[in-house]
Design a protein around this ligand. Structure first.
Ligand SMILES: NC(=O)c1ccc[n+]([C@@H]2O[C@H](COP(=O)([O-])OP(=O)(O)OC[C@H]3O[C@@H](n4cnc5c(N)ncnc54)[C@H](OP(=O)(O)O)[C@@H]3O)[C@@H](O)[C@H]2O)c1
Length: 248
């Protein structure tokens, strides 16, 4: 009889973009609590990314960080997955990084457009492409794109942000079909979760005026929706609003 203890199996690996701060960092921490190893992607927030990695390791979890500028989406996606592959096959990709700028039509220029298109739309597309390339035959995976409820009902503001999130919603549904049955592709459409750092009262004003539940949400509400989707093997192409009903 073989009494040699079997080696502990390596934890499943998740890539979270924009995971150094705010909502993305809470997503990374919640995936660690699910037993996953996490690659903390970041742009400029290197110090914060290292702090999250240290925190995860302090919890007994597995994490690495990688910097990649999503304005160059194809190269960044390669960089992220080269780093991720060192941790083992990636089975979860959460596209959370985004730019969120508001410009009225007269002040829209091509840099503003390409910034939003590259970071909010093309980076998730190329990251999903890299996920597919590193998967072995018969493996399964989850992709969750973080959208915005405004993608389904555009307002007058944040023109390019909303347009690129709407395009990512379309990509989510198309790829749910194209990548089935091995990869489940879903979206989460948050409402008022954390206010922009330059407009701290913004969400509170919205909460009073337009959110049926009369309060803002929290990153934990987004993490709970991710947890639900990761627990399912029979939901794909779905968009979950985490918005207090603001889209209604
Ligand atoms: N906060 C809300 O209430 C709310 C509401 C609706 C939807 N959402 C969506 O939820 C997600 C997370 O929201 P959030 O408020 O936490 O996002 P955020 O703070 O606006 O941005 C998340 C991260 O995106 C990264 N990023 C931006 N440009 C990048 C680039 N060129 N290269 C690499 N990384 C880049 C930044 O990383 P670095 O800091 O490392 O540069 C940033 O920390 C986003 O997709 C957002 O659209 C949020």
């Amino acid at each position: 009889m073989n009494t040699t203890p079997s080696a502990p199996s390596a934890p499943p690996v998740a890539v979270v973009t924009g995971a150094a701060r705010r909502v993305g960092s809470e997503i990374a921490l919640s995936l660690v609590k699910r037993g996953m190893a996490v690659l903390v992607h970041h742009g400029t927030s290197t110090v914060e990314a290292e702090a999250i990695v240290s925190k995860i390791r302090g919890m007994g979890g597995v994490a690495e960080s990688v910097a990649a500028d999503l304005r160059d989406p194809r190269a960044a996606a390669c960089t992220v997955f080269e780093a991720a592959e060192r941790m083992g096959p990636v089975s979860v990709l959460i596209n959370s990084a985004a730019v969120f700028q508001d410009r009225a039509l007269p002040w829209i220029d091509s840099y503003h457009c390409s910034l939003h298109v590259n970071v909010n739309l093309l980076a998730p597309v190329f990251l999903i492409q890299q996920l597919v390339r590193q998967m072995a035959e018969g493996e399964t995976a989850h992709v969750i794109n973080i959208l915005d409820w405004r993608a389904q009902r555009p307002g007058p503001d944040h023109l390019m942000y909303t347009a690129t999130k709407a395009a990512l919603l379309s990509v989510t549904k198309s790829l749910a079909l194209q990548l089935a049955p091995g990869i489940l592709v879903n979206g989460i459409a948050p409402g008022a979760i954390l206010p922009p750092e330059d407009r701290t009262n913004w969400h509170q004003q919205r909460a009073i005026q337009s959110i049926p539940l009369k309060r803002t949400g929290s990153p934990q509400d987004v993490c709970d929706a991710i947890d639900f989707l990761l627990s399912s093997r029979f939901i794909t192409g779905e968009i979950i609003n985490v918005s207090g009903g603001e889209e209604l």
